[in-house]
Ligand binder design. Sequence first.
Ligand code: FAD
Length: 535
Amino acid sequence: MSKREHPDHPELKRPSTKRAKEVDAELPYDILRERLQGQTSKDKASKVLHWFRSKDLRVSDNVGLHHASALAADQGKPLACVYVNCAPEFAWHGTSPARVDFILQNLGLMQQELKKLNIPLVILEAPQRKDIVPTIAKFVTDNAISHVFANYEYEVDELRRDTRFLDQLGDDVHVSLHHDQCIVEPGTMKTGSGGPMKVFSPYHRAWLAEIKDSPELLDTLPAPQKQTDANGKELSSLFDGKIPSAPEDKKFASADDQKRIRKLWPAGTSAGLKRMDDFISDYIEDYAATRSNPAKNSTSRMSAYFSAGVVSVRQALSKVKTHNSGSSDFTSGGSTAGVSAWVREVVFRELYRQTTLTTPHTVMNLPTNLKFEFVQWENDEDGWRKWKEGKTGVPFVDAGMRQINHEAYMHNRLRMNVSSYLYCNLLLDYRRGERFFAETLIDWDLSNNTQGWEPSYTVFNPVSQAEKNDPDGEYIRKWVPELKDVKGKAVFDPFHRLSKEEFQKLGYPEPHVDWNETKARATQRFKQDMADADP
Ligand SMILES: Cc1cc2nc3c(=O)[nH]c(=O)nc-3n(C[C@H](O)[C@H](O)[C@H](O)COP(=O)(O)OP(=O)(O)OC[C@H]3O[C@@H](n4cnc5c(N)ncnc54)[C@H](O)[C@@H]3O)c2cc1C
């Protein structure tokens, strides 16, 4: 059996490195674009459709929807919207109950908002993933739709799905895809030699220069105008669609969980925009100084809204521009330390989408650096269980894991620490952690998650990381109540810093592994297994 096949862990399935390189060489994005460009243009519309996916769930500043509505209004033709619900698609990606619930709630709010504009939002059901394309293609044909609009999704399966969609529709229907997820179109930031930029610093510099020179990239688009009664009437049978409930395997474990998560992450574009306004007025100026301290809770928490597209990055950055005295110069010379530090994080998000598009093997369950594919991982099931439950005996790691289990969210500093601990100290396949994040986070985003989990030689020391970033131990004491009365620096490493008797009274686990020994083991394993690796 090949090491790529894991009957016990289907989430670890992946293609060979040879296949990965073939996909990189013939980009699914290029194949789709060629197919789009090969369409015969179609000037006259009969009915227009916008197809929402799970990354553009908003009515305002939605590029695809805006163009769909402009065409419909221009030609005086009806406009409808559609979303294809597919439970196996959620299962395939491992989408968390929190994210499924967030998506469904946002669909409900959008349906109401669109109804006020006399535009129906139809929810189609695809029983299996393979049914998505035939289901929507049938809807297009049955309703005599002439033009379909949507926004690009940059992941391999999604690009291939769209190519199949075009093939299935043939020449009778015209399909337009738009770039909506980023400020700068992915794939367009090139190095001097013409290849896509892959390294953060030059990409960041080029990105800042582009936005400074072209502030219109931050302009937002209005919601569609209200549809005429006559056109609304033509679509009258499409108005009474119901929002589906979550599939059984994606329901919250309890009503309490649902209530807590909904309170932490209120659905809707208005709630997201308000969160952004509050962040700008209360936190952005201190962001550079406080962003790494998880106890301060001073980051924007916009990630759930960005990943489902409930708020666009344009909407967020146009607000930051207003705050920055109307200037789109977000360099350190043109904005405050807080503003430039926050925008820098958004630029990571932009680069990761460019990487997904131009190096697609990164979203096919393979590391960017394919040499890491040759590492032999351990099978420490006890360590795996302790990691998931936040019981490794390492306070900073456990605090992060308990936060994710409670909030469907984890502070970035902790994401870096718990991931390093999993694949370096426990030496467990990093893909298991990546999948656990998908299954738990409300803000799961394939590009950000896979790039965040990219394995590297750096082994984080969770004790010194905690001392530096949580200097008062406030975050640890909040999430690990067994340690709430531990005084001073012992909270960072109670097993080594308290007497045996004091430690035993806490009811907190001993460290599952010794950090120094496992760091040396990881370094040695990576070096040895990757030395002759020839992906
Ligand atoms: C192992 C690992 C897994 C991650 N998985 C995800 C994920 O599934 N979804 C996700 O959105 N982010 C992920 N991140 C990135 C980052 O941790 C989160 O975006 C951030 O913590 C969200 O909190 P915030 O909105 O308050 O961020 P802020 O600090 O306010 O940043 C603003 C926005 O910038 C973007 N951003 C911030 N940090 C990063 C980063 N390191 N990489 C890419 N974009 C960033 C996000 O869209 C974020 O909302 C991951 C990071 C790591 C190390």
